[in-house]
Write a protein that binds this ligand. Structure first.
Ligand SMILES: [Mg+2]
Length: 390
């Protein structure tokens, strides 16, 4: 290829929008259903421009990611955008004192450039395995506001999702209050949907004690859960604790969402700290990082489950054999998904409750790069700041 793909400019745009009928939970950390309330959300779009005029675009990342981008932008200007592996390794070293969140958005934007340069969707460059992705409905956290406020509410919503075609459903429970309510939601949901649907629960590291984690784990055993994710307040990082938990329950554990990068994930596998391996392009060094994790897990004979929805994750999942479900969320009953999830993309992409087909699958974007069209009119209308590096 003769085109000059040296990086010439990076721009981070921040935008803000309001989501109706959502509020926050008891400590303000979880977004939950609350009729009549409005949740203010912030998002980011990174663009990476090249000398040849091909621009990589990625909508995602956090303010932490982009603080780290500022630390490495000078290094990136002038680099060959196709030298992803070199850039990935240099940034890994440069950001070693931090959580390396800055690597993800950059790497994803570079894959978008590569796809556009080669005229192919990213998943084909990675190695295509599938073009339809079975999804699970991943709920908002339990609330006290008449939405997902009881075990029966989770059970009813799981039935609704099953009837829409979803093959799997994941509970994000309340995380506080009586642990018996969490266990009751596990059992009531299985009771309601019958034996076929795969069920998961993700307390998102919120149970106070190992004993509480064990109680809910035993309910998962009784109800035949597919996985039990990040149970309690070790923060999802203690391999020793989860090895002990694995000795006491039968339900497979999914840990690793809060273990950063390739080597610590492998250490967690070797220490028997998890059954499924978690990967996230925003958290683990982009598409390059997710693929390294997926292949590392493959070498151990394990499955790699990709966290959260989005175009980059659809491409990764489409190129990985050893994986099961696309996380479609967050979702809750009684919300208008079209109003909650902002119109970030043109009509070619959405991660709404009703984005699945009758078999509960979502498609893989087929256009070059990430294969999605950003809704720039909407982004510009909601932009609150822009930072340019050139
Ligand atoms: Mg999780």
């Amino acid at each position: 290829m003769s085109r000059d793909l040296r990086i010439t400019r990076l721009t981070v745009r921040e935008y803000e929008w309001k989501m109706p009928d959502l509020g926050v939970d008891y400590n303000g950390f979880n977004t939950v259903f609350e009729r009549g309330s409005t949740a203010r959300q912030t998002g980011h779009v990174l663009t990476v421009e090249t000398a040849a005029g091909i621009t990589g675009e990625y909508a995602g990342g956090t303010s932490v990611s982009y603080a780290q981008l500022g630390m490495v932008a000078g290094y990136l200007i002038g680099k060959d955008a196709l030298a992803r592996e070199l850039i990935w390794n240099d940034l890994k070293r440069a950001l070693r004192k931090h959580d390396r969140f800055g690597m993800g958005p950059i790497d994803i934007a570079l894959w978008d450039i590569a796809g556009k340069a080669y005229g192919a969707p990213v998943y084909e460059l990675l190695g295509g395995f599938r073009t339809r992705l079975p999804a699970y409905a991943s709920t908002y956290h339990g609330d006290e506001n008449g939405g997902l406020s009881s075990p029966e509410a989770f059970a009813d919503f799981a039935v609704q999702c099953r009837d829409m075609g979803y093959p799997a459903f994941k509970i994000h429970g309340w995380g506080h209050g009586p642990i018996e309510r969490e266990a009751a939601a596990v059992l009531a949901t299985r009771q309601a949907v019958g034996p076929e649907m795969d069920l998961m629960i993700d307390p998102a590291c919120e149970y106070d004690t190992f004993a509480d984690a064990l109680k809910v784990g035993r309910a998962c055993d009784e109800a035949g859960y597919f996985w039990y994710e990040d149970p309690y307040k070790d923060g999802g990082v203690s391999s020793f604790a989860h090895r002990k938990l694995r000795q006491l329950i039968r339900t497979p554990l999914l840990l690793g969402e809060h273990v950063r990068g390739l080597e610590p994930h492998v250490d967690q596998i070797v220490a028997d700290g998890t059954d499924y391996v978690r990967a996230d392009a925003d958290y683990d060094g982009g598409i390059t990082g997710v693929m390294k994790l997926a292949h590392a897990a493959e070498g151990f004979g394990l499955d790699c489950e990709i966290h959260a929805p989005g175009p980059a994750h659809r491409h990764c999942m489409a190129a990985v054999r050893n994986t099961n479900y696309y996380e479609l969320g967050l979702v809750a009953p009684g919300l208008d998904p079209k109003r909650v999830h902002c119109p970030l993309y043109a009509d070619d992409f959405a991660d709404d409750l009703d984005s699945v087909d009758g078999d509960g699958c979502v498609p893989v974007p087929q256009g070059p790069g990430l294969g999605v069209t950003l809704n720039w009119d909407w982004i510009r209308a909601h932009e609150t700041s822009a930072v340019v590096y050139d």
